[in-house]
Design a binder for this molecule. Sequence first.
Ligand code: APR
Ligand code: PHB
Length: 392
Amino acid sequence: MRTTVGIIGAGPAGLLLARLLRNAGIDSVVLESRDRSYVEHRQRAGILEQGTVDVLRAAGAGERMDREGLRHDGIELRFAGRRHRVDFPALTGGRSVMVYAQTEVCKDLIALQLADGGPLLFEAEALAVEGAETDRPRVRFRRGGPDGAEDVLECDYVVGCDGFWGVARAAVPDGRTFERTYPYGWLGVLADVAPSHDELVYARHDRGFALLSMRSPSVSRLYLQVPADTDADSWSDDEIWAELERRFETRDDWTLDRGPITQKSVTPMRSYVHEPMRHGRLFLAGDAAHIVPPTGAKGLNLAVGDVVTLARALAHRTGGGSDELLDAYSATCLRRVWQAERFSYDMTTLLHRAPGATPFDDRLQLARLDRFASSRAAETDLAEAYTGFPIG
Ligand code: APR
Ligand code: PHB
């Protein structure tokens, strides 16, 4: 097989890149190791920054998002029984976010790719990227599952959109990695019950962090901070609801409505950056290059920023331009990545109670939260970061 851009991974990064390249008249092939159902039902992110919404609309992939997505103009910070709403448009000159799950973004992009994009091969596992230093890089892959035949995709460029556990990053020699792991994770549940608040609630409690999010007006998405090695099945539904109620407690009469839990899983927390995000004709985008703890809702949005920057650079080069934008790709993305890493780390340490936290740590967290509730300057920084950094 031969194509201009070989894309490894059909998550948000790989699928959006394929769409942007198709719209720029550049052919690509997407190799995805799992099947379509896995990609379309893997519960992960749920918040789209304003910039991401704009990119999806401009790419012709925003129609169902605009119909079914929920525009949110703020979030609530909850701590010591207090409730403070952060008003995004008032603090950012009109920006908001869209609640629309990455599963839905992937479904929309897969449908478009299958309708009029290039080849999207499911159950096609990339085994290695070879020749990245040459002008003829290639991807060795296996078709049709573990016993399938090996094949080779010849490319002009290869983009690793294969997530944290993919193979592309290994083809970047002498990379530097920067990492922070956390002693806790999130127990996430989907529940068939209307969300008990119309916007997201981020709660800091002495018992630990809790987040109220949603997937639709009738489906709630909720998270509990748990120890990093927690087995999701060790929590009964009643125990989950009872713990959520404790952590969302307020001084007013707000209550948390319960409903049937339909999914339960534990997400580990990690901050990770691989520099550089390029080696020769191999580029890394999305989780293949960087991971953020989900507290800042940045993962998918960072992936979007990477592939918008890369698609622009590839269009410039294949349109007769120089390599200048490709040469600037890694530095351009990393500036935005590190801002998102900083914000995600700050939100995580602000709201989670680490094992061994001292009374001094507790008072410091409450003082940081009180600052957001009492300083326009402080909450403006949060609102600007949460609604999104400009795409380079
Ligand atoms: N060959 C082919 N495909 C692979 C391989 C491989 N060797 N290894 C991994 N993949 C696929 C995975 O099955 C997955 O579908 O690559 C895809 C990577 O997708 P994501 O992990 O979602 O990463 P990315 O597209 O960068 O999305 C980043 O979006 O899902 C949200 O918040 C989440 O931070 C994440 C963000
Ligand atoms: C989600 O809805 O899955 C979600 C929302 C906000 C976050 C993380 C996850 O910060």
